[in-house]
Design a protein around this ligand. Structure first.
Ligand code: HEM
Length: 388
């Protein structure tokens, strides 16, 4: 039997681009249409950016790229471009990644997260919106309060948290710029919390792990968790409220997990993930030279009609039929799966619950997607609730 011929990256299809600057222009200003155009050319396609880049979206590709942490590395990938993510476990590769996750995982598992529910609910109750509200800024403020409670026991001033997190809402390049003074202030505030943490918070758990040995830096881990958990969850929540307002039939506690899955499918905040190949390898019949940037895209996977019939429709009941392996990856998958997935689901649930009973209506808004570091609704998303 002869070995199948591998395709070289140069021979892969690519979406239309500029002869000189390649795809840099649409990558900067309209990355989602660029990806969608790429997906129409093939299951693995090439982008001409500042470095050789491949994108795939089929389950076999996701499994290969997300499953092999030794070959596909985080350092040098897109997350390294923003100071908000270029640290802690996000920026750690094997062999250090494994013990870091072993230390952190138990504190982010569903059982541990359940212990935080009262704090999350109290944070929601302390800031319910008025009768008319824009779901996008409200989601930002409530997620900030929930993270403040769960991570730090509310020991960090909201004004500092707000300043630190604000650039994540702004378009690129705002989240990519270095902000050394702001980061120093945030580090100092987190270090003070870690020195004397509120029992039962994630700061107490992470401080305990650091004190027990290993090379975990509790300040970096908590700061990265705060940033990684903020706009991702806030944008998902804003879309959730918009669709709950538009679909009264789905507004009940039993259906909420399916509604959340459908929102995470349609609007995966982490719309594109990247790795750098540490050695020459091959995936799905494509030869991948060392140094290539290799991307997976939850957005493309979740809109693949071969996996999800009528993929652009909001149909939470599709989840009664299960989900395709490596075909539903809002939190990525494998050993690098989102550390905060259970916490994110708990925050989304606690913040949606008050809106399940009683009138909730869409007023006007634009829920279409805009891509920066994370996917977000164009907005505004004006809603009314409570007594009309
Ligand atoms: C709806 C909300 C969220 C979404 C959609 C989301 C999505 C993701 C995705 C796709 C990844 C994989 C990135 C990659 O390696 O390519 C990831 C990683 C990560 N997320 Fe989340 N996330 C969310 C909320 C959170 C929360 C609440 C936290 C913590 C408080 C968090 C902390 C992290 C961390 C630390 C990693 C890196 C894990 C590692 O590299 O081992 N995320 N997230």
């Amino acid at each position: 039997m002869t070995a199948p011929t591998l395709r070289s990256p140069a021979r892969l299809p690519q979406p239309p681009g500029h002869p000189v600057i390649g795809h840099l222009w649409p990558w900067t200003f309209a990355p989602v249409p660029l990806l969608a155009a790429g997906a129409r050319t093939g299951e693995v396609f090439r982008l001409r950016l500042w470095r050789s880049t491949l994108v795939g979206y089929r389950p076999e590709w996701n499994r290969a790229v997300l499953g092999d942490l030794d070959t596909f590395r985080s350092r040098g990938s897109l997350s390294g471009l923003t100071p908000y993510l270029a640290d802690g476990v996000v920026h750690t590769d094997l062999p250090a990644h494994a013990p870091h996750r072993r230390a952190l995982n138990p504190h982010f598992h569903s059982q541990a997260v359940r212990q935080l529910t009262d704090r999350l609910r109290a944070a929601v109750q302390s800031g319910l919106p008025g009768r008319y509200f824009d779901a996008l800024p409200w989601a930002g403020s409530v997620v900030r309060r929930m993270l403040s409670a769960a991570l730090f026991g509310d020991r960090i001033p909201q004004s500092l948290l707000e300043r630190f997190l604000a650039p994540l809402h702004r378009p690129n390049p705002a989240p990519l710029l270095p902000r050394p003074r702001l980061f120093r202030r945030m580090n100092t505030a987190i270090a003070a919390v870690v020195a004397d943490p509120v029992p039962g918070t994630l700061a107490a758990a992470v401080a305990g792990e650091a004190a027990a040995g290993g090379d975990l830096d509790p300040v970096a881990e908590l700061r990265v968790a705060l940033a990684a958990g903020y706009d991702t969850t806030a944008h998902t929540l804003a879309w959730t409220l918009w669709w709950l307002a538009g679909s009264p039939a789905w507004r009940d506690p039993e259906s909420l997990p399916m509604v959340l899955d459908e929102i995470l499918r349609l609007y995966p905040a982490g719309w594109l993930g990247s790795r750098v190949a540490a050695r020459d390898t091959e995936v799905c019949g494509v030869a991948i030279p060392a140094g290539t940037m290799v991307c997976y895209s939850p957005y493309l996977t979740h809109r693949d009609p071969g996996l999800w019939p009528e993929p652009d429709q909001f149909r939470p009941d599709r989840f009664t039929a299960g989900r395709p392996a490596w075909g539903f990856i809002p939190f990525a998958a494998g050993r690098r799966t989102c550390l905060g997935a259970q916490l994110a689901r708990a925050m989304l649930t606690c913040a949606s619950e008050p809106f399940l009973a009683g009138p909730l209506r869409q007023l006007n808004g634009d829920p279409s997607v805009v891509a920066g570091i994370t996917l977000r609704p164009h907005g505004p998303l004006w809603l009314s609730w409570r007594g009309e």
